[in-house]
Ligand binder design. Structure first.
Ligand code: GDP
Ligand code: MG
Length: 673
């Protein structure tokens, strides 16, 4: 087993279609993990193992695999590129130490490249870039490198400069070694300016290393090891981004990329200790050492029809073996880890023990959830769970036969359990099952996964936007319910709602003693549930602080509990009305790209949808428009855009908050959001 310094946990991120999956397949092939490289285009890619992925040719569920390369162990995660699946990208980034960003060499930085780049920024994940598709005529390594500077504001440092001739890749400029080599091993004369490339590299590194600076000034040579070390430091500190190029499809440049992953990306030791708030305030840390108390974060769970629950966790400290007991929360019973495996797409291999930095499958009788911290009994720590955005689109799901409603709900719940951005609720008026997700594609995929589980038993409604409600002023209300007439058992409940930006929280603010047997925990629990499903109406409530302020009366027993809950419902409705609620609808930020000659048509269409334009870049190829728009106005837009642009236009949408429903009237054509 390699020492932790020889482990790399890395994610591959990119705009859709840049070639992540193809690259991953080549890595599996290059590292001897599989004897052939699967192809996305014929549905044989190992990492895209869900039927939906193979049908659509895109990655939906992040898949994890573990490969060996020159004595290193690489835990590799192929993440989805579509913006509807950002949650997958987020939770993978949370447990990774480094990132490989794949660019389509014919396009350079694209909109989703920017999104994932910012996500990696937020987590300070060191990165290297791979410019793919350089076998294509339109592939342009230099332009892609430039787009990294211009659009992402980073400092790209090309390490191996691919040499193209007549559209084909014929060799490499190895900037570090100072050599230009053709495919046949012979030098390629006069194709590129090696001296200029090398000067640029040394200049970038001179800023980081005084010895290199001195050598540069004195025009001395610098030993290659010194350059590697400076590159590694610059990468880890986020000062620069080493750039490689090649073609995943034709397996060129992949070996050099793997070497770079080992050389420049962080090991779990470089990533340093994890920190978490301590139970009594302060900060707790766990060093990435085998002897430290064990802790791990569960970052993905899914239910496999054959194998039951599969829990993926990243180990941060300590050692775990099958049979060990772990705990999930202080005060909870420890449970046994029944099995421990490494993951290879949908297959697993037993692992004798896991050490810091490992990404493993944990078998347990307890159903773990995404975001759970596991720790050695008695060494409680709660790592920061991954935060997920709120779903913005809702769709009704109905059984074809009324008797099968439960079956349907169970199926939907099972899928939602694996995906925190998918929620299942029921319509309070009709009892219909409602499923909410991050976008049209997300719900479409849910639909086909559910259909695959349950056959044709379900009917699906049209997706509608998921509105939320908020309050504009503080209000307090109480309500009394009686079992019968005057003198019968009574229950009184009072609540207070307060506007609170950025939170949706419930608290116990009772100041008076409550009557014995009054169901206070149940009332708080019900408030939590109502916050998600609606305090007064049918909409989740956001930016609000809800307090239980009064509980009184003599109602008792089960019937009494029902009475208290009834009083709570009435009090909530009254408080909401008094707090002047306001309905909000989801707002999306969009990036639309289109051939320049279709720009005016695209702009006119966007305006007719009430979009706010923030920037129009008509000089870029393709032209690009960014801004904000109400989700309601862009349902089905991807199809419309394709027809407006002969199939060449592209849209990326990302939830960016909520806007009051009443501010812009349906008919207005150009008012900004
Ligand atoms: P992903 O969405 O980033 O996972 O991209 P895929 O790996 O699914 O690739 C998208 C498309 O680009 C597929 O049709 C691939 O065959 C193609 N592709 C990937 N890498 C290359 C490459 O190096 N050269 C060329 N010409 N096509 C590639
Ligand atoms: Mg893919």
């Amino acid at each position: 087993m390699p020492a932790e310094s020889k482990v790399r946990n890395l994610g591959i991120v990119a705009h859709i279609n840049a070639g992540k999956t193809t690259l991953t397949e080549q890595v599996l092939f290059a590292t001897g993990r599989q004897r052939f490289a699967g192809a996305v285009d014929d549905g044989t890619a190992t990492m895209d193992y869900l039927a939906e992925e193979q049908q659509r040719g895109i990655s939906i569920t992040a898949a994890v695999t573990c490969v060996a390369w020159k004595g290193y162990r690489l835990n590799l995660i192929d993440t989805p590129g579509h913006v509807d699946f950002t949650a997958e990208v987020e939770r993978c980034l949370a447990v990774l130490d480094g990132v490989v960003v794949v660019l389509d060499g014919t396009k350079g930085v694209e909109s989703q490249t920017e999104t994932v780049w910012r996500q990696a920024d937020a987590r300070r994940a060191p990165r290297i870039a791979f410019v793919n598709k350089l076998d294509r005529d339109a592939g342009d390594f230099g332009a892609a490198v430039q787009s990294l500077t211009e659009r992402l504001g980073c400092r790209p440092v090309p390490i191996a400069w691919p040499v193209q001739r007549d559209g084909a890749l014929v060799g490499w400029v190895d900037v570090l070694a100072g050599a230009v080599r053709g495919d046949d091993g012979r030098p390629l004369e006069g194709v590129v300016d090696l001296a200029a490339a090398r000067t640029e590299l040394i200049e970038a590194l001179a800023d980081l290393d005084e010895e290199i600076m001195r050598a540069f000034v004195e025009e001395r040579d610098v030993p290659v090891d010194r350059l590697h070390a400076a590159l590694r430091r610059g990468t880890l500190e986020g000062q620069l981004v080493p750039v490689f190029g090649g073609t995943a499809l034709r397996n060129r440049g992949v070996d050099a990329l793997l070497d770079a992953v080992c050389r420049y990306l962080p090991s779990p030791l470089d990533a340093g200790p994890v920190r978490a708030p301590g139970p009594q305030g302060g900060t707790q840390t766990r060093e990435p050492r085998r002897e430290a108390p064990f802790c791990a974060l569960v970052f993905k769970t899914h239910v496999d029809p054959q194998e039951g629950s599969v829990h993926l966790a990243r180990v941060y400290s300590g050692t775990l073996s099958a049979g060990d007991r772990v705990q999930r929360a202080a005060g909870e019973e420890p449970f046994a880890v029944e099995g421990l495996w490494t993951m290879h797409a949908e297959d697993r291999e037993p692992l004798p023990r896991a050490v810091p930095g490992d990404v493993v499958v944990i078998g347990a009788a307890v159903a773990l959830r995404t975001g759970d911290t596991l720790f050695a009994p008695g060494h409680a720590i709660q790592l920061e769970p991954v935060q997920f955005p709120r779903p913005v689109l809702t769709m009704a799901v109905e059984p074809r036969i009324a008797e099968e409603a439960d079956l349907l709900e169970a199926g939907a719940q099972a899928l939602a359990r694996d995906d925190p951005t998918l929620t299942v609720t029921s319509d309070p008026d009709t009892g219909r099952l409602l499923v909410s997700g991050m976008g049209e594609l997300h719900l479409e995929v849910f639909q086909s996964r559910l259909a695959r589980r349950l056959g044709g038993r379900a009917r699906f409604g049209r997706p509608t936007v998921a509105c939320v409600e908020t309050v504009t002023r503080e209000a307090r209300a109480s309500a009394e319910c009686r079992a019968g007439g005057e003198g019968s058992a009574r229950a009184v409940v009072g609540v207070r709602v307060t506007p609170a930006s950025g939170v949706a929280r419930v608290a116990n603010a009772l100041t008076q003693p409550v009557p014995e047997g009054a169901p206070v925990p149940e009332l708080l629990c019900e408030l939590e549930a109502r916050l998600r499903s609606g305090l007064a109406g049918a909409f989740p409530v956001v930016d609000v602080f809800v307090e239980l302020v009064a509980v009184d009366g003599d109602a008792a027993g089960d019937a009494g509990d029902v009475l208290f809950l009834e009083a709570l419902a009435v009090a909530c409705r009254k408080a909401m009305v008094a707090a002047k609620p306001r309905l909000l609808e989801p707002l999306m930020s969009y990036v639309v790209t289109t051939p320049a000659d279709q720009l005016s048509g695209v702009l006119a269409d966007l305006r007719s949808r009430g979009a706010a334009l923030e920037a129009v870049d008509s000089g870029a190829a393709p032209a690009q428009v960014t801004g904000k728009i109400r989700l309601r106005r862009v349902l089905g837009y991807a199809t419309r855009l394709r027809s407006l642009t002969r199939g060449l236009g592209n849209v990326s949408l990302r939830p960016c908050g909520f806007a009051p429903c009443d501010e812009v009237s349906e008919s207005s054509s150009s008012a900004p959001c």
